[in-house]
Design a protein around this ligand. Sequence first.
Ligand SMILES: [Zn+2]
Length: 153
Amino acid sequence: MFCGNCGTKLPEGAKFCGSCGTSTEPAQHVNPEPQVNTAPNQSQQQAAPPPYQQGYAPPPPPPQATTYYAPSNTEPLRVGQYILMFILLSIPIVGFILTLVWAFGGSVNLNKKNYARAVLILAVIGIVLSILFGAAILSAILGMLNSLSYSLY
Ligand SMILES: [Zn+2]
């Protein structure tokens, strides 16, 4: 056993160094204790992240909140709602107006809104195609009439 301060050899169990007077016990205990203290500190630092993660946890709830009041417009339509929707759409003028309202309305169920937009897009495509076909058929008929009139004269 040696003195931690001056290195003088000490008798076993001596509490103080005979040459420099340094206490041997505190010197032996001071070194282990910081190691013991650093271990709890590390465990505290490891225990500290959870509150930090809990600090991170609150941000996710807002997205959950957005998904909470979104379902009112995005939840799937029930069968009865679909039946009612098709019955309303089958009414000639009311159906067209409702389609416009549903397609551009603010608080309309997404399914109904997307369906109404699809109906409108298909209607526009149908109108354009019918105009193109109608023009083609008209020109063909006019061409035939012209050729007939030429053959008559
Ligand atoms: Zn000493």
